[in-house]
Design a protein. Structure first.
Length: 250
């Protein structure tokens, strides 16, 4: 074979192609129907070759075999995260996630021409939201410039201000919990609650009861009977205490 500048072993590559070609129906050469036994055999063979070459191997939900050469930091995804870490000083609550990520045209063998993502950020301190948006603007613009692509302007779809529970109601419930011999702690919640809307017309507060493994608003949500009863007892005693203490109209 003539000398070339190819940075690969052409003989080994040809040998792999021919070995894979042998995994076929003799009556229909070079044919492996999708998800047939021959298809699965061929995919398993290629997966081993990927692994032998040092690639990280996985099969996606569509059954495609994917081999990926890890970068310098294997913990990072294939796409650089726009906001890898958002430092929050103090005790303020802040969480953010990419809840929607869509690419177009959406074909597995086509480089996307457009990508849309929707970020949901929740915090008890609006100043942190402003800082987060500034960081997104800066980091995403830098990523777009490095990739030589156009980044559309960031758009705010909705902006609901955080609502603090009424201090007096919180103190009443805290005292009732202690009187019942229960533990208590202040808890910020990023979820939307009716109490936030009720606060527009009067004082509001909430009581949370423990859920298994801390999961709520999920199919796995589960609160024990005793925990529910304890929460209800705190509410009952708080209502009775408020009834005794609040001034009555003449």
């Amino acid at each position: 074979m003539a000398s070339t500048n190819l940075l690969l072993d052409a003989d080994r590559l040809w040998g792999d192609v021919m070995a894979l070609a042998e995994i076929t129906d003799p009556e229909r050469p070079y044919t492996r129907r999708s998800f047939s036994p021959l298809f699965l055999e061929g995919r398993a063979w290629l997966a081993k070759r990927f692994a032998d070459a040092g690639l990280a191997v996985r099969i996606d939900t569509a059954g495609n075999l994917i081999g990926r050469l890890e970068g310098a930091d294997p913990s990072l995804g294939a796409v650089r995260r726009i906001a890898e870490q958002f430092a929050v000083e103090g005790a303020d609550y802040f969480v953010a996630t990419v809840g929607i990520l869509s690419v177009e045209p959406g074909a597995s063998n086509v480089v996307p021409g457009r990508c849309r993502l929707v970020i949901d950020a929740r915090t008890t301190n609006p100043a942190l939201t402003r800082r987060f948006i500034e960081a997104l603007e800066r980091e995403s613009a830098a990523c777009a410039a490095a990739a030589r692509v156009e980044r559309a302007p960031l758009i705010t779809l909705s902006d609901g201000p955080p609502v603090a529970c009424d201090p007096m109601l919180r103190e009443v419930m805290r005292r009732r919990a202690r009187e019942l011999g229960l533990g208590e702690t202040d808890l910020a919640s990023g979820a939307g609650h009716d109490a936030a809307f009720m606060s527009r017309i009067g004082p509001s507060a909430m009581i949370f009861v423990p859920c298994r493994n801390g999961k709520s608003h999920a199919p796995e949500e589960w609160a024990d009977r005793e925990a529910i009863a304890r929460g209800a007892a705190v509410v009952l005693q708080a209502v009775k205490a408020l009834d005794r203490s609040l001034p009555r109209k003449p």
